[in-house]
Write a new protein. Structure first.
Length: 506
């Protein structure tokens, strides 16, 4: 076990040395192209298909598209393409739409586009990734060009928050070019227009002169895929990127000591999990899943790898700043003896072999966390390898519903349990574990405006997860970014969706 800590320490020193070396040789920020904003992201999706259920995909789409309702960097809701909304009955919401909004091709935005988008998402054969977030919507009714009524199957307390993840598409354009055309060249009402898409490399955009909230000061935006955290830091310090996400904890001093960049962080609502494929042995046995939770010393990992940033999850996927968090649960303590006893009871006293799939730089210290977890599992007889894949490969594995026996994933709640708990329902298409009671409680919780009733349902759902252990519950993570000191009017987002329309270089 000591060997793995030593290897990580040596690697961290090497990374810091490389980054600091760059910092001392680059005296000022040099931009690759005047008035361009370059953002270094961990990974890009392998397609621009609308509705892919990942924040990396949504981060791209929301640069060119606009939902009815927007979220700010702290997760608060504000007007988007809808300027006003209200419940006009138990099952009906009225949305008043923004006037004089143009799509990138100059065509006007109307209520027809809202109905077209929602009808497409809610079609029975639709595989839209965030469909589950508005699954209680029954139909969309057009009142006039600037007014729609959204009918729900019952009280739907998270409708507006769900709509903040649904970019509105241009009916006329999609009908003209088809779904393939929209995927190849997206058109929306957002602050930036599509320019170029190079899978695995970059997503390039230009400022939209006709943006309803004012033309962005950055004439060009490039989201550049830089999988390795040390390489992202190097790009930031060399002036090749003005924002980088998922700044490695061990490289923060390199950025803090530089003259041209700074560290910015924000508390997120992401619960970092190692999720089991419970459809296959040995993880179809909850005793095995519980055993692996006991085998991980989460407090030691938090202290050594995350430098105390974040918190240990309390045996549930929700962070303590989320509506629905169950305060009566506690984290699985480090107890290798109990882990071995449970494995023996489950018929695996001699251990077994397994693997963890992760991406590099998707989350803070993700690969290092997985390597340490693998070593700790080895201490109880579970020989574990770590499979590091690129974002595009992981997206394909997700589509095939085959991420290996264990995979690392972080689920954002965006402040409400509904948006995290949905991922463990069958409707999400991402779940392996199934519980009839959990499914029933999920629907009940999103079908009432009674906050006490919702809390009761979520508390029971978290208790079910704690008992069934469909994942190893690791940490609530902060989001840590690096940014050029000349950058203004930009803040780190709590939900991974970067709002770049106002960002400008000094």
């Amino acid at each position: 076990m000591q060997n793995i800590w030593s290897a990580i320490s040596r690697r961290s020193l090497l990374k810091s040395g490389v980054a600091l070396g760059i910092a001392t040789t680059v005296p000022r920020v040099v931009y690759a192209q005047e008035n361009s904003l370059v953002v270094g992201v961990q990974g890009l999706p392998d397609s621009l298909l609308m509705g892919m259920s990942s924040f990396s995909a949504e981060n791209l789409m929301l640069q060119t598209m606009t939902p009815l309702v927007l979220r700010d960097d702290e997760g608060n809701l504000k007007p988007g393409l809808a300027v006003k909304w209200e419940a006009v009955g138990d099952n009906v919401w009225r949305f008043e739409l923004r006037k004089d909004v143009k799509f990138h091709d100059g065509k006007p935005f109307t209520a027809e586009d809202v109905k077209f988008t929602l009808d497409y998402i809610l079609a029975p054969d639709s595989l839209y990734g965030t469909k589950a977030r508005i699954s209680q919507v029954e139909k969309t009714e057009i009142v006039d060009n600037t007014t729609v009524l959204i009918h729900t199957k019952g009280p739907f307390p998270t409708l507006t928050r769900g709509l903040s993840d649904i970019p509105i598409e241009p009916k006329h354009y999609v009908e003209k070019v088809g779904r393939e055309g929209m995927t190849a060249h997206p058109v929306g009402t957002g602050p930036f227009k599509f320019e170029e898409w190079v899978p695995g490399d970059r997503y390039s955009l230009t400022a939209f002169d006709g943006y309803w909230d004012g033309k962005p000061p950055s004439g060009r935006l490039v989201l550049r895929q830089i999988p390795e955290g040390s390489t992202r830091v190097a790009a930031l310090l060399a002036g090749e990127a003005q924002i980088v996400e998922e700044l490695p904890v061990d490289l923060q001093p390199s950025v803090e000591q530089s003259d041209n960049a700074e560290v910015l962080s924000v508390e997120s609502t992401v619960g970092l999990l190692l999720t089991f494929d419970t459809t296959k042995p040995p993880f179809d046995d909850k005793r095995v899943r519980q055993a692996l939770n006991y085998a991980i010393d989460k407090e030691k990992i938090l202290k050594r790898l995350l430098m105390g940033n974040g918190t240990v999850l309390q045996g549930q996927m929700l962070t303590s700043n989320t509506f629905g968090f169950n305060p009566d649960l506690s984290f699985y303590p480090y107890d290798p003896g109990k882990a071995k006893a449970l494995l023996e009871e489950a018929g695996h006293g001699d251990g077994f072999e397994t693997s963890i799939t992760t991406r590099s730089g998707k989350y803070l210290a993700d690969v290092d966390i997985c390597n340490v977890c693998a070593a700790m599992l080895g201490e109880v007889g579970v020989k574990t390898t770590v499979n590091v894949v690129e974002q595009g490969v992981f997206s394909k594995m997700t589509s095939a519903h085959d991420m290996g026996p264990i995979h690392m994933v972080g689920w954002y709640s965006l402040g409400d349990a509904d948006f995290a708990t949905v991922w463990f329902t069958e409707a999400s298409g991402r779940s392996f574990w199934h519980s009839d009671e959990y499914e029933k409680l999920f629907v009940e919780a999103r079908s009432t405006v009674d906050e006490n009733a919702r809390l009761k349902a979520y508390h029971r759902m978290m208790a079910l997860m704690h008992e069934e252990a469909p994942s190893i519950f690791l940490f609530g993570l902060p989001s840590i970014y690096g940014a050029a000191k000349g950058l203004t009017d930009w803040l780190p987002p709590s939900d991974k969706i970067q709002r770049l329309a106002d960002a400008k270089l000094g």
